[in-house]
Design a protein around this ligand. Structure first.
Ligand SMILES: O=C(O)CCC(=O)C(=O)O
Length: 287
């Protein structure tokens, strides 16, 4: 599915976009599942284990900004990540053995939809090596107006974890005023059509603005790792860990490489999703 040129772009820029990875039929079925799931947020007063809510949410007028770990709630999210084309892309970038680390479905409501401040996924989930990436499957067309993913090309090669702390606590965001060595004006938007997919390296700096368009923006994110990249955090159960293999074989032999690591401790004062963690950030880039 990915050409040599695209694979090389992934290594150089830290991301690549593959077109039409998911066909219309599967995309339609996923959207129906998402609509059904969102109906469950009716009447909800607070975030729970399944839903993260927009500040503008109310029980009678629900606004969900994230469905947490969709792969745990519906098998269609496994079907998506295991399609032939998706696996072809993943194995081209990560090797023959790939495990799912986590998943999330980020939703931006029309003329609303929280921004996500600049960050590196690696600051949240460091592993023994950096053969780790995020897949961004576009469930809607991504335009400049609906808060597309913005990526800072090449930032993964700086071999650095930028400071994601505020006042001594992890906050899951890079302060634009403190980190002067990052040029956010070089960020590129991940634009495309529903069914297209971005793949970005786990250390690539990225974020996204509010959705100022009249349409919803739904982005399904999968965190994927080479099987020999073992997480430094949140390892609980070997059986569950191995059950998340997407393709190939699990291993009991992590490959440890000389990767920069900065632990997300002390934990964020505002626990929960990245949106909650980032509320502590004093100086925001996306107003
Ligand atoms: O939904 C987005 O635009 C970006 C989300 C993101 O980077 C994250 O959830 O880690």
């Amino acid at each position: 599915m990915l050409t040599e040129e695209q694979i090389s772009q992934y290594h150089t820029d830290g991301y690549v976009i593959a077109r039409s990875v998911i066909d219309e039929d599967l995309l339609g079925r996923v959207k129906n599942v998402v609509t059904e799931m969102l109906n469950e947020a009716q009447g909800l007063r607070d975030h729970d284990e399944k839903f993260d809510l927009e500040p503008s949410h109310s029980p009678s007028s629900p606004k969900v900004r994230r469905i947490k770990t969709p792969h745990k709630w519906h098998s269609i999210f496994w079907e998506l990540i295991k399609t032939r084309r998706m696996i072809s892309c993943l194995t081209s970038l990560l090797g023959e053995d790939v495990r799912l680390h986590g998943s999330k479905l980020n939703l931006k409501s029309p003329q609303d939809g929280s921004a996500v401040e600049w960050h590196q996924d690696w600051a949240f989930y460091p592993h023994s090596n950096d053969h780790v990436l995020a897949v961004g499957l576009m469930l809607d067309d991504m335009t400049m107006d609906n808060g597309p993913l913005m990526l800072v090309p090449g930032s993964h090669r700086v071999e650095k974890v930028w400071d994601h702390h505020q006042d001594g606590y992890f906050c899951g965001a890079i302060s634009p005023s403190v980190n002067q060595d990052l040029d956010f004006s070089k960020a590129v938007p991940c634009l495309g059509q529903a069914g297209d997919c971005s793949f970005h390296h786990v250390r690539l700096v990225h974020g996204s603005a509010q959705n100022i368009s009249p349409d919803p923006r739904r982005l399904m994110l999968y965190e994927c790792a080479a099987a020999d990249a073992w997480p430094y955090l949140k390892f609980l159960d070997l059986e569950e860990f191995n059950s998340r293999m997407i393709v190939g074989h699990s291993t009991l032999e992590p490959r440890a490489t000389n990767v920069p690591v900065r632990m997300p401790f002390p934990p964020a004062k505002k626990q929960g999703s990245i949106y909650e963690n980032q509320t502590a950030l004093a100086d925001r880039f996306f107003k």
